[in-house]
Write a protein that binds this ligand. Sequence first.
Ligand code: CAA
Length: 285
Amino acid sequence: MGGIERISVIGAGTMGSGIAQVCAAAGKQVTLIDTGPAQLEAARVKVQDSLRRMVKKGALTQADAEAALTRIRPAPELAAAKDAQLVIEAIFEKESIKLDTWHALESLCPPGVLFASNTSSISITKLASATQRPELFIGMHFFNPVPVMKLVEVIRGNKTSAETNRIVVELSRELGKSPVEVNDYPGFVSNRVLMPLINEAIFAVFEGVATPEAVDEVFKLGMAHPMGPLTLADFIGLDVCLDIMNVLHEGFGDPKYRPCPLLKQMVAAGKLGRKTKHGFYAYND
Ligand code: CAA
């Protein structure tokens, strides 16, 4: 198979809209699919804003930004995915919903279409089992904000072929990203290491060792992290952090991955971070 020119992105949330943007900015034709019209409209505004920021700092010309926007075709139904050479799924991070979506995509898309999930921790091998093409199935894990972060964690499932891996690594470079190849075990590398750090930072607050502000200052000033772990947890979403800790806990069966009770309580209270305006910090605008 040659290069990838037509990409369908499923899910127009933060990650899906960012992925659609970087694909379009790299000259790809993108179909951005979401069943919610409000999500599609919000994604268009988000992509427009982000492109405007890039034009402002000279990373993109006005003409290239406008051309990128026209290469994103919004679509409200899953069937619109079928014309692509690659489908990237970036929907809600729940295994049963992802399995149902991949099952539907398997019957909609012709054989030969590559499948990639942007899951942050769900097993690629398991998701691939919902399809008849596990050798064409791979993990493409982008990082928020997608237009800014250089990494794509490329995850090989148990049956992912070397050719699928090669095509996706090459595509990631075309998107201006630096792919890092890993194997399919819980949390891959990124979240196997990041989430226990965040969880331990939450334990430090839970046990009264320090305030959220103090924990974050330690990491910003002592380790040059752009955001402290609790600011980052709010940015990622505390529900997402809890889901990932649960995947690690169940996947490894090791108590060192038990989610902090404070994290569980905040999620139960609906304090999910920036998206609900309350997390370890309050967000008023
Ligand atoms: N689109 C385009 N450009 C953007 C942007 C966007 N959405 N957001 C920020 N930028 C650009 C800005 O224009 C700015 O560019 P210049 O420096 O060239 O002018 C640069 O990024 C920095 O932005 P700001 O000055 O507004 O703010 P900042 O310095 O605080 O940086 C940040 C913001 C890039 C988000 C930075 O705080 C950061 O790197 N934070 C850590 C992010 C991180 O760790 N992400 C990974 C989360 S984990 C994940 O996503 C995966 C998972 O599985 C959980």
